[in-house]
Design a protein around this ligand. Structure first.
Ligand SMILES: NC(=O)CC[C@H](N)C(=O)O
Length: 384
């Protein structure tokens, strides 16, 4: 079979869409999801939490501001494929170094454009999350079969594919990179940060760079450790606080991590984001379940039940905490106003709290950024 640019997107329930491939040609399968953010395609593509997933972007024009080195959320793209309405023929931005097409070709990622992403998204909202296949070489029937044959997201441990092999010290940013105004140097400029005050050990389940940057800005010196690190190894580093990162796959498939986090409860202050929140759920004795189609975008309303304050938040998750499963010593602190799902909690005795959404944004609003400072306060108050 000869590969062409003509491509098909086939869903496991038999629905198909025709478009044109960009990046690489060939075949790719994975769980299809949609993200409604209006900007931030580069951050989405490089977020390790999307490992194993094909992402549909509902914003109609993608690629228009290109790709630049500063906006990556990890070393490389992680999506299995990208589904878009239109690939911009022009990448126009002073920070751009590459087009999206060139970037995908370099990293051998398949993209498909010319898709009615509105129809696709409405279908996924009704029918729920499912597997898909993008192909430039298979017939529609073969592509539907390939989607059906793809491994399901439930039960998948993708953390082991994205976590750092060796532990490392985050020295990426003791300076804060700022976007220049048009009159300034086009390379951007740096602002020196105050010396770090706290020592943090961050479990890397697929950590985003902007979490590391935000932590550093909040005064943390960070040691990033492999996802298989034991509680003993973490405590031996003598941290002031422990961070549980975001990451891909099914949180219920990570028993070996739940067990280690459970041993850390009460020992040191703990903060978790997204997958980290779901892992904390299991460590507390609760359970997680798969949402019908997940929350992915930059405009998810979250209510802080303690203050009544509502934040507009960045989200990217397909699983959620079952509130009924939580023991009495866990207080639900945040809920999603679209569907009332759990978005944050804290333990009543142990110094541990987490949020299901993304205070680090990237992309998305910064309403929730205050959690990094709250964690620093928790550490100040902890008498361990
Ligand atoms: N961003 C994340 O950490 C995602 C967590 C988990 N993989 C989910 O989809 O729910």
């Amino acid at each position: 079979m000869k590969a062409t640019n003509k491509a098909i997107l086939a869903l496991e329930d038999g629905r198909t869409f025709e478009g044109e491939a960009f990046g690489r040609t060939g075949t790719s399968t994975g769980e299809i999801c949609f993200n409604t953010s209006m900007t931030g395609y580069q951050e989405i593509i490089t977020d390790p939490s999307y490992r194993g997933q094909v992402v549909t972007l509902t914003y109609p024009l993608i690629g228009n501001y290109g790709i630049n080195p500063e906006d990556a959320e990890s070393k490389s793209p992680h999506v299995r494929g990208l589904v878009i309405g239109e690939l911009s023929p022009v990448a126009s931005n002073f920070r751009s170094r590459q087009t999206l097409d060139e970037y995908f070709t370099e990293h051998q990622i398949i993209g498909i454009e010319g898709i009615d992403t509105r129809a696709l998204t409405k279908h996924l909202r009704t029918a729920g999350a499912m597997r898909c296949c993008i192909s430039t070489e298979l017939t529609a029937e073969e592509a539907i079969q390939a989607a059906k044959d793809a491994p399901p997201m439930e039960g998948s441990d993708f953390v082991k594919e994205v976590s750092t092999e060796a532990n490392y010290h985050w020295d990426g940013e003791s300076r804060l990179w700022n976007i220049p105004s048009p009159s300034q140097n086009r390379e951007g400029y740096y602002e020196e940060l105050a010396p770090a005050k706290y020592k943090l050990v961050a479990f890397d389940f697929g950590i985003k760079y902007n979490i590391l940057r935000s932590m550093r800005q909040a005064g943390f010196d960070i040691e990033v450790v492999n996802s298989r690190s034991t509680a003993e190894e973490v405590l031996a580093l003598n941290p002031d606080g422990i961070f549980l990162s975001n990451g891909p796959g099914d949180p219920a498939a990570l028993d070996y991590i739940h067990a280690e986090v459970k041993k850390l409860l009460g020992k040191k202050p703990i903060f978790g984001i997204c997958l980290g929140h779901q892992i904390l759920t299991h460590a507390f004795g609760g359970t997680t379940y798969k949402l019908k189609f997940g929350h992915r975008g930059g405009n998810q309303p979250v209510k802080d039940l303690r203050t009544g304050k509502i934040s507009i938040t960045a989200q990217n998750h397909g699983f959620a905490t079952d509130p009924e499963s939580l023991p009495d010593d866990v207080e639900i602190t945040h809920i999603n106003l679209n569907d009332n799902t759990v978005e944050g909690f804290r333990h009543k005795t142990f110094p541990a709290f987490s949020v299901q959404y993304h205070p680090e944004a990237a992309p998305g609003p910064n309403d929730a950024k205050y959690f990094f400072d709250e964690f620093a306060e928790m550490i100040d108050q902890f008498e361990g």
